[in-house]
Design a protein around this ligand. Sequence first.
Ligand code: ADP
Ligand code: ZN
Length: 524
Amino acid sequence: MSPVRGGDPLEVLGRTFGYTQFRGAQQAIIEHVTGGGDALVLMPTGGGKSLCYQIPALLREGVGIVVSPLIALMQDQVDALRQLGVRAAFLNSSLAPDAQARTERALLGGELDLLYVAPERLLTERFLALLQRARPSLFAIDEAHCVSQWGHDFRPEYIQLNLLHERWPQVPRIALTATADAPTRNEIVARLDLGQARQFVSSFDRPNIRYRIVEKVQPRRQLLEFLRAEHAGDAGIVYCLSRRKVDETAAFLQREGFAALPYHAGMSAEQRRAHQARFLRDEAVVMVATIAFGMGIDKPDVRFVAHMDLPKSVEAYYQETGRAGRDGQPADAWLCYGLGDVMTLRRIIEQGEADDRFKRVEQHKLNALVGLCETVECRRQVLLNYFGETLPGACGNCDTCLTPVQTWDGTVAAQKAMSCIHRTGQRFGAGHLIDVLLGKQTERIRRLGHDQVSTYGIGRELDADQWRSVYRQLVAAGLVVADIEGYGVLKLCERSRPVLRGEQSVRLRRDPVRDAGRAGRRAA
Ligand code: ADP
Ligand code: ZN
């Protein structure tokens, strides 16, 4: 008895889904999983992950079990599949008892191709017992980054999902995510026991999205100018950090004539559903939201994503901006960034409940995002570099490409910053390195004898803020590496050498943000 029902992926793609060709790695993934192999799929939002498990589920005998945390979207996903003639159903807490019983009967009767299940439901003994009596053809673990304790979408239930592998070792698993940084990837592999899985890593470039990061001066006015000039009549998302700011910004945009709606976790479920429905249905709704909104939203014609506050990390920025332009048409990612944002986020992290190690990781993720904000290089290159991808040249479709930034010759500063890392043994974070450069007399410096190293006090021409900016920019440029797991230690790398040897010069961004921050502090 072959576990494969027969049929050809391309034929199913055309007959069931109405598409003529596969995108990117879809075909290779589908063949691998249909053949019984485990897979880890990293593909950007909109890349077409769903077909990677839907088609194998149709080709293999039995029912494909899809684990997804996106309960709010299951109904829509299942409805869409049913319209295509796929026998799909879902189980989650929103389902009435009789509908649930019907779905369970269909599962046991072998009448389903695909069953979407919320993780907390899947892990109940009741459901696992049902599944023993059914015939799982594959397990798809969607939004697999939810297993990462360091990520912003952590779901404790995800950690227990390797139980599927223990109970059904012969059933292939496919884990999918649009979060691609190496630590998250490694955590997914370790926690879900996917060491043997083949990894399919797509390019994360979204060439139709134009990235722009502006200095925060008068954020509302800046937002208004951006929307009026470039997005009148468009659908888009405006992200704010707090619920209050969501409400205020939505009211402000309404007064200015936009069809703006608020969305945050402080609103009733009913209201949120209504606003989401309008956003999906209407053409020109501006959704003003906290990050409670957006995960899994499949609206192809979102023309802009604006951030009124700094996201938490590069991953978060990438995810959130990735909701723009899923149809491939030009779209804008606009972020308004000020030093105050960094301070606010640092405070939120520090005052959080998490343990120190978690906080340090969060701080370093934030630093990487700050590096993206400060870069003088192509933003797309920096962004993709963070995900381990190299773009061959500047993109020509981001603000730093389109309007070159004012810079200064930071070669000597970079050499001093790097020498200081070297002289102190590549074991310290920026804070201590800066103290050494400035010739501070801290207890730590005396204890370590760092007042004796040759870089002690050689950096007095810049202040601590400027040195921090230098280090951040060096990290962002990949000229110095930050060890995220290692307490924020800065280290030299292959690319540091030409700078240290004087073979490569370094231009640094003239930091208007810092000056604005100063003005702000003076005013405060
Ligand atoms: P993801 O889950 O990776 O964000 P989806 O699976 O939702 O992406 O796919 C994004 C969109 O692209 C959907 O509208 C989907 O129907 C479409 N799509 C996926 N694969 C193909 C393909 N091979 N040809 C045409 N359209 C596709
Ligand atoms: Zn660029």
